[in-house]
Write a protein that binds this ligand. Structure first.
Ligand code: SF4
Length: 350
């Protein structure tokens, strides 16, 4: 018999799915459904620890009530496609409730399981080296759609996720409210340490300060990719509206406000931004900065003409920065063969 639910589900982007709700909100919800308050705690554990995909999975609930609420939307996606690279990196295409597809990557090492999450469906930033940027933008993700990606990878690997990086599809600072909310859920409800969460941006005016005001103890990464404004504009069209000088000033402010260092990401593109003089120029730009530089040798995509530098060029760039006393490391890509779509995402070995 179809039973009318006391709280109606909203649209896929609406917040009225269960995933993403706090313990208190879930407790209120079960009470609205005429159940005792302790069922809220059970629901919370099944959502965030056991990764329940449907209320009918929750075997501690009475059978008759499970039957009543079995169609209530929890907010989980479906795995549309999964590919596994020889290095065990897994790329997922996830189908959201409204049928749109996003991608997520699970990157295992002996000690860590890192998830590279998307924050938008597509991306409006149009970075020249990025496959996601070439595909345009559709919509922002809701907090539960970000959290779902982590739970999906956790379930598929049958292992706890230790780190999350916002380096998949989308520019996280364009969806700041949902990203901050997802960060808090991942920390408080899924149990991932704040410092193991990384928010990465290409930089947007005023947004870095907005993020700093939240005082999250997350790792903050800024995609520089160029040592000067002219080249940055070529690689990241949105940089036209945000001069490198202003971006670096805002990064300084971020360090002051949060007392946390900034990570600078620098994708190395052969013959474009990997010359010795460009390493020198970069060193001058960020000298004295409380920062760490990640050099990421580029993974070629068919839509762009860029190439990956050889190891001699990579090492030469690295050595110059080290001689200039810049804290720097090279991050080699994982899961190249999985053909993950975003330039940042494919570089996400953490
Ligand atoms: S690199 Fe990131 S910000 Fe740039 S287009 Fe790709 S997804 Fe968007």
């Amino acid at each position: 018999m179809a039973i009318e639910l006391k709280t109606k589900p909203k649209s896929p982007q609406g917040q009225n799915v269960l995933l993403g709700k706090s313990l208190q909100e879930l407790t209120e919800w079960v009470q609205e459904q005429g159940q005792p308050a302790y069922r809220g705690k059970q629901l919370y554990q099944w959502l965030y620890e056991k990764g329940a995909r449907s209320l009918s999975d929750i075997s501690v609930f009475p059978k008759s009530w499970r039957e009543e609420v079995k169609d209530y939307p929890i907010g989980r996606s479906q795995i549309h496609h999964r590919s596994i690279a020889p290095d065990k990196t897994r790329k997922y295409l996830l189908r959201l409730q409204d049928g749109l597809i996003i991608e997520t990557v699970g990157i295992p090492t002996e000690k860590r399981l890192t998830v590279c999450v998307s924050s938008q469906v597509g991306c409006p930033m149009d970075c020249d080296f990025c496959a996601t940027g070439k595909g345009g933008f559709t919509r922002n993700l809701a907090p539960h759609e970000i959290v779902d990606q982590v739970l999906t990878v956790q379930e598929d690997f049958q292992r706890r996720v230790s780190h999350v990086v916002f380096m998949g599809m989308g520019e996280p600072l364009l969806n700041l409210k949902a990203v901050v909310s997802a960060v808090n859920i991942l920390n408080q409800d899924v149990g991932i340490g704040m410092r193991s969460l990384t928010i990465s941006t290409v930089g947007l005016p005023a947004k870095i300060e907005q993020l700093a005001r939240h005082q999250l103890q997350v790792t903050f990464a800024v995609s520089l990719h160029a040592p000067n404004q002219a080249l940055r504009e070529q690689l990241i069209p949105s940089a036209k509206h945000y001069p490198l000088k202003n971006l670096l000033e805002d990064c300084h402010k971020y360090v002051e406000m949060t007392k946390r260092r900034v990570t600078f990401e620098y994708i190395l593109l052969a013959g474009v931004n990997d010359l010795p003089e460009q390493a020198q120029e970069l060193a001058v730009q960020i000298r004295g900065f409380q920062s760490h530089v990640n050099l990421i040798p580029y993974n070629p995509i068919s839509e762009a003409d860029y190439k990956r530098p050889n190891s001699q060029r990579i090492n030469a760039f690295l050595n110059i920065l080290q001689q200039e006393n810049i804290a720097v490391s090279v991050r080699y890509s994982r899961g190249l063969e999985t053909d993950a779509a975003c330039g940042q995402l494919r570089a996400a070995k953490v």
